[in-house]
Design a protein around this ligand. Structure first.
Ligand code: HEM
Length: 505
């Protein structure tokens, strides 16, 4: 009996191995036909990553400015990087490449399964439709006051004259505060200080885990990652965040119920404009989003919006510090609008800060905070003259497209006037896409731009931003790394010189 069981087992294993070997032979042949660095059987390029410093990893992923498509293999997952606007447009037009790749979004999936970023199909459409009204211009204009309040808090916290070694944390405090007010409730204040700090700690842990998993295919499985110390910690921390968010959600629902504003309590002539993301979901007519999904969206928006905006602001400050002539122009424009007053920024001010907006766009061109995107290849498919194996990923190199000399003359030159209307005419739609493009573009792009413009209009009236002695005279010489966002490999900071002192000097 025992011998028969062993024979059956051995035969079954041998059959599986033979099937796998057949599959792998074809898979490997397709993989090798796509141009890319040499890769080992089964391991692919996974070992290449292990020996590389963080900044070299980004160069390895994105290549060295070549416009042609390029392949990397992580274990058996083939990732093809498309590096120019024309090929990117091809990817974005293809319906079969619309879903987000599994390996890239594994960390987010573990924290928030049903969030907009990683959803696809009908559920994504339902969520996007329910969330879109929270990002309409009239609501965003209402948020400017919260953005300004947080920027004013930053101005009070700045330590003048010295380089701030905690600049990124300080900026995350700004974007997280604004996020809490615009997402949950305008009443977020001192009562939520502890929650905001918890959220920032959660964010840091989430970013660490995401980077670690991204570069280590052995950790792509949620199950395997859940067994590691970090995996256990993130589950524990997630439970705490879920608890905070649920308490706030229940409280908000009760407030709305008591005020007779909750959906279902509407009378015909009662029209209440929702003001926060959570209110939008609670008050929206039609689709009823389950509480679990509301919480997932809260965490997704937090992960997508807080660090990206803080990471961009730090690039803006660095760019100002290394381009004093451009900083002078931004400041002069702000002075024209505010006429020396330190009053709070209003939505109509933002429309008048045109040069400042061009400056932000140029910073995002050279330093797109999300440097690449990835899409899932479900079935074996023909793609730009090659055959991609099933379960591959297509990566869109935003950084490469933004620095492509075919679309950007003298691409490394920092010049906000590239974004003057007359200079933007006829530009390829995929040559510039810091917020992605098409129907899966960033829902919070306008929100982020308004927040960043408000931040600059508030901070620059009080401080001039000066370079620190870190050895970098040119912005484009700063080594880059990928830490879920695009960052300076060794970190970055600036000096804040009070304007009064700077102008007296
Ligand atoms: C400078 C700041 C930001 C940058 C550079 C940025 C960039 C991007 C990019 C490139 C995508 C496409 C991702 C993909 O296709 O995989 C995206 C999607 C998204 N972003 Fe942003 N983002 C920023 C700020 C924000 C903010 C402030 C929010 C929310 C308040 C937000 C929420 C989202 C969401 C929910 C998605 C997924 C949209 C969908 O698939 O329907 N982002 N963002």
């Amino acid at each position: 009996m025992a011998t028969a069981v062993i024979i059956v087992l051995v035969t079954a294993v041998a059959a599986l191995l033979a099937k796998w070997a057949l599959w792998y032979r074809r898979h490997r042949a397709l993989e090798q036909a796509i141009p890319g660095p040499p890769s080992l059987p089964v391991l692919g390029n996974a070992l290449d990553f292990l020996g590389l410093a963080n900044e070299d990893r980004l160069k390895f992923i994105l290549g060295q400015g070549d416009r042609k498509m390029r392949r990397l293999t992580l274990l058996t997952t083939v990732v093809v990087m498309v590096n120019n606007a024309e090929d990117i447009e091809h990817v974005l037009r293809r319906k079969d490449l619309a879903d987000k790749s599994r390996f890239f979004y594994a960390s987010l999936h573990m924290v928030a399964k049903n969030g907009l970023i990683q959803l696809s199909g009908p559920l994504w459409r339902e969520h996007r439709k329910a969330l879109q009204p929270a990002f309409s211009l009239s609501i965003l204009e209402h948020f400017v006051d919260y953005f300004a309040e947080e920027a004013e808090g930053f101005v009070r916290r700045v330590k003048p004259w010295c380089a701030d070694d905690n600049l990124l944390d300080n900026l995350r405090r700004v974007t997280c505060g604004a996020f809490m007010k615009t997402t949950l409730s305008e009443k977020v204040g001192a009562d939520f200080e502890e929650e905001i700090l918890d959220l920032i700690r959660f964010l840091e842990l989430f970013l660490k885990c995401s980077t670690e998993r991204f570069f280590n295919p052995l950790l792509w499985s949620d199950w395997v990652f859940g067994l590691t110390a970090r995996g256990r910690l993130i589950k524990k921390t997630r439970a705490k965040i879920d608890h905070h968010a649920r308490v706030v959600l229940d409280k908000r629902r009760e407030e709305l119920r008591q005020r007779g504003e909750l959906r279902g309590d509407f009378t015909k002539d009662f029209v209440k404009r929702p003001t926060t993301l959570v209110d939008t979901l609670l008050l929206a007519p039609g689709y009823r989003m389950p509480d679990e999904d509301v919480l997932d969206e809260f965490k997704t928006f937090f992960a997508a919006g807080v660090d990206t905006t803080a990471a961009t602001i730090i690039w803006l400050l660095k760019a100002l510090s290394l381009h004093p002539d451009i900083q002078d122009k931004v400041y002069a424009e702000i002075q024209t609008v505010f006429q020396g007053s330190d009053r709070r920024v209003t939505p109509s001010d933002l429309n008048r800060l045109e040069y400042t907006e061009r400056f932000i766009k140029e910073t995002l061109r050279l330093f797109p905070t999300v440097p690449f995107l990835t899409r899932q290849v479900h079935e074996e498919t023909e793609f730009l003259g090659h055959t991609l194996p099933a379960d591959s990923a297509v990566a869109i190199n935003i950084l490469g497209a933004h620095r492509d000399a075919a679309h950007w003359p003298d691409p490394l030159k920092f010049d906000p006037d590239r974004f003057l209307p007359e200079n933007s005419e006829g530009r390829h739609p995929c040559a510039y896409m810091p917020f992605s493009t098409g129907y899966r573009n960033c829902i919070g792009g306008k929100y982020a731009l308004m927040n960043m413009t408000t931040f600059l209009a508030t901070t620059l009236r009080h401080y001039r931003v000066d370079p620190v002695a870190d050895g970098y005279m040119h912005l484009v010489d700063i080594p880059l790394c990928f830490d879920i966002a695009l960052r300076a490999a060794g970190g970055m900071t600036v000096n804040f010189t009070p304007r009064r002192a700077a102008e007296g000097a």
